[in-house]
Design a protein around this ligand. Structure first.
Ligand code: TXA
Ligand code: MG
Length: 327
């Protein structure tokens, strides 16, 4: 059931969490599916609702950086520097977990992901609840993350005890994840907070996924890093804008209903079917991307064509999600 996230609803949601319930709530990135992070039974319900393998760790949401030491130990100075610079905000930090943190949350690992979300509803819920809230994105495993309460309803429906409706998420793609548990900080997932912004705070260079050894990647067990993720059910592929007319001609022989997601001007006279245009601006594009993919996915199309965004770092998180959606 979805309710407007007013004060009474937030108080009720915190009670549900205390009782081991599941509450979906808005963050600035995407909607999360929350449970009491210290309650292994409640956390197990998250995995069941999402259909997510139990060895994939969850991010624990906390109200403020002051709570870091309740969840993590041997916290490096870099963690406090990043927290100071970017929290509340779309950045998650992976640190060595405290012994008290259940393995149910960390997927059996010795590290824990932590973040302070920048959304008034999420922050009020965290304050009201008092503890940490384990929350993956509120979608079924490998599907598109929800950026509206209605998306959560569509994905998880009755599996959730309450959905707090706080409107549309402003960032639209999941948080940047930085692993600070190893000898060198490394990027696990790109997000709105850029590699450059993080490097400027750390005064060093983050290790990037493309520079890691394959074996190292496998051992990280971050589902956001699986090749197929964030995916619509409809087949999807990328195109470079100049090749569209040719591509459409070739496809019209075999493919019946085509959907198009573009951000630059279309050549006049092209009528490929169901067309959505996103803004030619990475922040606005990211905010609307998942809604657009969902809308296209509802049109019973045979194929979704997605215009390849620029490859510069401002579009890094978007390129990451699109390459996974089209794998
Ligand atoms: O923006 C976000 O981070 C959203 C909102 C709800 O906060 N949450 C989110 O959660 O995207 P989820 O579970 O869909 O993605 C969390 C990612 C996964 O790729 C997971 O593997 C990684 O964080 N992660 C969590 N804890 C980790 C750990 N200890 N080590 C490595 N990766 C971890
Ligand atoms: Mg997710």
């Amino acid at each position: 059931m979805s309710v407007i996230a007013d004060h009474a609803a937030i108080v009720h949601a915190a009670q549900l969490l205390q009782q081991g319930g599941l509450v979906a709530f808005p963050t600035e990135t995407v909607y999360g599916l929350g449970a009491d992070a210290m309650n292994a039974t409640a956390v197990a319900r998250i995995f069941a609702a999402k259909g997510r393998p139990a060895d994939h760790p969850l991010i624990v949401h906390i109200a403020a950086a002051a709570q870091l030491s309740a969840w993590a130990e041997t916290i490096p100075a870099a963690a406090y520097a990043l927290a100071e610079a970017f929290w509340p905000g779309p950045l998650a930090l992976v640190l060595h977990k405290k012994a008290s943190v259940p393995y149910a949350v960390t997927g059996g690992q010795e590290t824990v992901g932590l973040r302070v979300p920048n959304h008034p509803v999420a922050l009020q819920l965290l304050q009201q609840f008092g503890g940490g809230i384990a929350a993956p994105s509120a979608n079924r495993f490998c599907r598109i993350s929800p950026t509206l309460a209605a998306h959560v309803e569509e994905e998880l429906g009755a599996a959730v005890d309450l959905i707090l409706d706080g409107g549309a998420c402003q960032v639209g793609v999941e948080s940047t994840i930085v692993d600070l548990s190893g000898p060198q900080p490394r990027l696990l997932r790109p997000g709105q907070i850029s590699v450059e912004a993080i490097n400027a705070v750390l005064h060093c260079e983050l290790l990037l996924p493309e520079t890691l050894q394959h074996s190292t990647q496998a051992e990280i067990r971050a589902p956001g890093m699986l090749a197929l993720h964030y995916a619509p059910d409809t087949a999807a592929r990328m195109y470079v804008s100049g090749e569209l007319p040719e591509l459409l001609t070739a496809l019209q022989q075999s493919t019946k209903k085509i959907g198009l997601l573009h951000y630059t001007e279309l050549t006049a006279g092209l009528m490929p079917g169901y067309v959505l245009r996103l803004p030619n601006n990475p922040e606005q594009y990211a905010q609307l991307l998942y809604s657009a993919l969902r809308e296209l996915d509802h049109q019973q199309l045979d194929l979704i064509l997605i215009e390849q965004p620029p490859s510069n770092s401002l579009w890094r998180a978007i390129n990451d999600r699109l390459s996974k959606a089209t794998h």
